[in-house]
Design a protein around this ligand. Structure first.
Ligand code: PMP
Length: 371
């Protein structure tokens, strides 16, 4: 081997060693709040029936035809003007009241970045409120829900008084419990927060709920913000969420938004899907009616406790939940194991009638197998 090549290899080895030493040191320089953080658990698990992520079983594949005229060499519309206009019309607000996010996850980031902490939320709830607050180094204030999974107003108001949070997240319907919080309790939190904190009602699952949601209350409460997403109604792949609130709030949060956060493909496809409103609400209706059927069937299985749901998923408690989870997966059905957040519970997303049938059949066998 020539000395030149030998020299190069030696050089490469040196680079390798250098990388290793960086990897060793990295722990010393990562911020403490990030070091102790656990990343959001979202893995691709091979399965036949995917009922773990609260997605819609119905998509809009034909919408990709609208991409024909897309200019791939240009940045997307930074303001997502056409999309915000269409969404604003649907919500009965002005486009100035809407801010677009790369999923509502990103909007949670932006809200905490804009207003800071402490961040107050009931538990169990959507894990990203805690993950994002911790990532940004903000104090998390967690208050347990009551035994009916409703807001524990007393402790929430105490936390408000003592901790003085800047942002309060209320997921209603709540993930993973599935219920809506009582409106009067949400109102009590809103009243108590008055102008001291932003109250974010996360309505990711509102399209599946029997209640109307809080958008009409935006007129009465200046510190109220609503979050919506297209992820649960057939467009999870696009990553689009919206914040709805008064213009002054939208303008402040907009300052921390990355310039082109919603890509052109997503904007174009979402706009055409929204224009097909009829189809979207037909899909939602089908999920709601399947949820009712699924709830009834699950209630009929001995040894399972099923919790009522206003969302597109159902939470249930089962003996030997880890074993039931594995037995379901062994039959090709993936649900969410709530271990860590709600011991002994599994969460199943409502699928198509066929998927739900496969799930129910697999579950009745899995509970026996897991005994
Ligand atoms: N809020 C809640 C309550 C959720 O359950 C989820 C998704 N699991 C989100 C927000 C995030 O949705 P998106 O896909 O819009 O980021």
């Amino acid at each position: 081997m020539s000395s030149r090549i030998q020299g190069r290899i030696k050089g490469l080895k040196d680079v390798h060693l250098w990388y290793n030493s960086i990897a060793m040191d990295i722990k010393k320089i990562v911020r403490k709040n990030v070091m102790s953080l656990t990343a959001y658990q979202a893995k691709e698990v091979p399965c036949k029936v995917k009922l773990d992520a609260n997605e819609s079983p119905y998509g809009f594949p034909e919408m990709y035809k609208t991409l024909k005229y897309l200019k791939t060499n240009r940045y997307p519309d930074p303001e997502a003007a056409a999309l915000r206009k269409a969404v604003a019309k649907g919500f009965g607000v002005k486009p100035e009241n809407i801010l677009q996010g790369n999923g509502s996850d990103e909007l949670i980031y932006y809200l905490v970045t804009t207003f800071g902490g402490p961040v107050l939320y009931p538990t169990p709830t959507f894990s990203m409120y805690g993950i994002i607050s911790q990532a940004l180094g903000e104090k998390r204030v967690e208050v347990s829900l009551d035994n009916d999974f409703d807001l524990a107003v007393g402790p929430m108001l105490t936390a408000l008084r003592q901790e003085r949070p800047k942002v309060i997240f209320l997921s209603s319907p709540n993930n993973p419990t599935g219920n809506c919080f009582s409106s009067d309790r949400i109102l009590k939190v809103l009243e108590a927060a008055s102008s001291k904190a932003i109250v974010v009602v996360d309505e990711a699952y509102q399209p599946f709920a029997s209640e109307r949601g809080f958008i009409p209350l935006l007129r009465d409460y200046e510190h109220l913000v609503i979050m919506r997403t297209l992820s649960k109604i057939g467009l999870a792949a696009l990553r689009i969420g919206f914040l709805v609130g008064r213009e002054e709030i939208v303008n402040e949060v907009n300052k921390v938004r990355l310039p082109f956060n919603v890509n052109a493909l997503s904007q174009t496809v979402a706009l055409s899907a929204i224009e097909k409103k009829g189809l979207m609400s037909q899909y939602v209706k089908s999920v709601v009616s399947e949820r009712k059927r699924l709830f009834k069937e699950l209630s009929g299985i001995k040894s399972i406790v099923v919790y009522p749901s206003e969302a597109n998923f159902i939470l249930f408690r089962v003996r030997n939940s880890d074993r039931v989870f594995e037995a379901l997966l062994g039959r090709g059905v993936l649900v969410r194991n709530m271990k860590g957040a709600m011991e002994g519970c599994l969460r199943v997303t409502v699928g198509t009638p066929d998927e739900n049938r496969i799930f129910l059949k697999a579950l009745s066998k899995a509970v026996i197998e897991a005994e």
